[in-house]
Ligand binder design. Structure first.
Ligand code: FAD
Length: 380
């Protein structure tokens, strides 16, 4: 009998947990190593466009998130002060065969976590190094322990150590823009409501995206992009606080619907918007990258977690296609995924998506990570 392939995933974020599910579906023995000692419920919303909710369906978590998630009527783009329509794309499930869902980030994380056996997710395991031998990889952790596997997936986010091991040290790009974000009880709106769409308000040099995160409309989320003169950055990316008065000042003059949200919001967080150019390679020997560790992007197309989740589906299919030959699987994975993630990174960086015009959205939202043809460089 052939030995079951073992894969160690570094990072239990959206991408790492999705990969734990897809690789297990492919019959692989998976262990996940996460630096956090416990999972905090990060105060943020997240959009799952049909391309990623299709993967959530494939791994069996769609119903769980749908139980509480808000299904926006449309992708709505409006002018910052007049509210004039720039572009609206109604998003019924029938359009791309999978739903457009907005939810609390914590609910998505919880659903992905609950989809894998708790015994395979090891907390308090901060990766400090990886040694590769011919047939095996050894991971070292800050607590002095180590683990071995046949292959490693670096799903350790935008400040990834695994990425540094694969392609060498460098810094993510910070183009002098930050995001404020806040999630709060809609009762604080004093009876005012927002449109049942995911609305992006486009200003001359800044924007704000607003939506409900729960089906009962009891919670509102917003996320912005604002120029920040100082190169503000923090390693404590998800937990750094912002000043709600600075935020309100930055959006003075915006439409009343925006102002009513910012007036009601009791507190906010602040996040440096980081991105990278596409990497020259996604793997080295028995180590490969996934998600933000590999292709971090601005949040402007709501595709960072989505592409991590797509990666997970294609990675598992690549192992199956390569009959668990690790190097071959990684070659298929990169060749299949990189053109798409590079294209999304570039459009997201330019922040032009759906700002007007009538560009085709089917290549993005209609993508089916479980059925898209795999590209095998060995057969080119
Ligand atoms: P992460 O979620 O960052 O997870 C990485 C994990 O690795 C973490 O748990 C971390 O603790 C762990 N880790 C790091 N280093 C180590 C180590 N040395 N050892 C062990 N563990 C380690 N995307 C969408 O699809 N839709 C959206 O609506 C959306 N909105 C966004 C809004 C904002 C403001 C921002 C900033 C991003 C948004 N994104 C969105 C992008 C999305 O959040 C990221 O792309 C996504 O979280 C990437 O997932 P990941 O698993 O690759 O990395």
């Amino acid at each position: 009998m052939t030995k079951q392939l073992s894969v160690a995933i570094v990072g239990a974020g959206m991408g790492g947990l999705a990969a734990a599910s897809t690789l297990r579906q492919a019959g692989i023995d998976v262990q996940v190593y996460e630096q956090a000692r416990k999972f905090a419920r990060i105060g943020a919303g997240i959009q799952m466009l049909p391309n990623s909710s299709r993967v959530l369906r494939g791994i069996g978590v769609e119903q769980k998130v749908r139980a509480t998630a808000f299904e926006p009527y449309s992708h709505l783009n409006r002018v910052w002060d007049t509210g004039e329509l720039k572009r609206e794309l109604p998003m019924p499930e029938s359009l791309y065969g999978a739903p457009f869902l907005c939810m609390h980030r914590g609910d998505l994380h919880e659903a992905l976590l609950s989809n894998v056996p708790s015994g395979i997710v090891h907390l308090g395991k901060k990766l400090t190094g990886i040694e590769q031998a011919k047939d095996q990889v050894t991971l070292s952790f800050a607590d002095g322990t180590s683990a071995t596997a046949d292959a490693v997936i670096g799903a350790d986010g935008v400040h990834s150590l695994v990425r540094e091991i694969v392609v060498g040290p460098d810094k993510p790009l910070h183009k002098g823009r930050i995001a404020y974000r806040g999630v709060f009880d809609s009762a604080l709106m004093g009876g005012k409501t927002i449109k049942p769409s995911r609305t992006k308000w486009w200003g001359p040099d800044r924007h704000i995206v607003i939506y409900y995160t729960r089906a009962d409309r009891s919670e509102i989320y917003f996320v912005t992009s604002v120029p920040e003169p100082a190169d503000w950055i923090t390693e404590e990316s998800w937990s750094a606080k912002g000043d709600v008065n600075e935020l309100r000042a930055a959006y003075a003059g915006f439409h009343d619907e925006v102002l009513s949200v910012l007036d009601a919001c009791p507190e906010c967080h602040k996040w440096a918007i980081l991105e990278r150019e596409p990497l020259p390679t996604w793997s080295k020997g028995r180590i490969a990258l996934l998600g933000d560790a590999c292709h971090p992007m601005t949040p402007y197309m709501a595709q960072g977690a989505a592409t991590s989740i797509e990666d997970a589906a294609v990675l598992a299919r690549s192992f199956v296609a390569a009959q668990n030959d690790v190097g071959h699987a990684f070659a298929i994975y990169e060749a299949t995924r990189k053109p798409r993630t590079s294209r999304i990174q570039a459009i997201s960086s330019a922040n032009t998506w759906m700002q007007g015009g009538n560009e085709d959205t089917s290549w993005l939202y209609g993508y089916d990570a479980f059925n898209t043809p795999l590209v095998d460089p060995a057969k080119q």
